[in-house]
Write a protein that binds this ligand. Sequence first.
Ligand SMILES: [Zn+2]
Length: 282
Amino acid sequence: MPEGDSVYRVAARLHEALAGQPLTSADLRVPAYATADLTGRRVLEVAPRGKHLLARFEGGLTLHTHLRMDGRWEVYRPGERWTGGPDWQVRAVLGTDRGTAVGYRLPVVELLRTTDEQRIVGHLGPDLLGPDWDPVEAVRRLLARPGRPVVEALLDQRNLAGIGNVYANELCFVAGVTPWTEVGELPHPDRLVERARQMLEANKLRPGHITTGDTRPGYQHWVYGRAGRPCPRCVTPVAAGRQGSPPRDRAVFWCPYCQRGPAPEVTAARPGRGGAGRPRGR
Ligand SMILES: [Zn+2]
């Protein structure tokens, strides 16, 4: 899953290329909308909502797309070659005199009335990068099911919108708890939610999801993707495993020394091992 800051940047790029311009070409290559013609409509704005992208057109229409795992939007200058993948992977094309936005491998392409957007994004919790960010409501939603593992509660977009697996893991580290810790056991949920917003804010204009403040390759994260390497704080090898039941499980990383709470036995911290076995109390 993409992180909310990545989606924010995509929306900004699309907005810059399209907003205020009439569409000179428009092609939605999904069966349901193959005959929809948006050509001539002006693009009002492209806005992110959590990890959803909403392109709004005059006449009260919205194009909703989601990147999920493999989707991406690219913007090309007029005449520039498209390089995002083979032609059959193109799901949407929106062109103006300024540039052409091409959506590759988008698992969600949906045209709807702008007044119906709530149907798509109404379930989302407060948006970490949104104008309506509400930390109190985010904490309330997180704690509504206090027995859930922290990592799972953070990833649930109905609690707060914008966190993907990188930030979910990194937030467990900065909170000093393992991914399996019950969210109700968090010492300071309000601080964690604030850290989440700071992380996304700090990265919304740059790639990399940097959480440590160190932009050097290999030093950008505390634990995520660092299995077997020394914890930047205590040099204990970072452990790796899986949390949740397949197919909805996920990779998790944690420092066995800095992070307190339930975790599988760590025998040797080898990449991909760490054991996804029974959580153990500590
Ligand atoms: Zn550590």
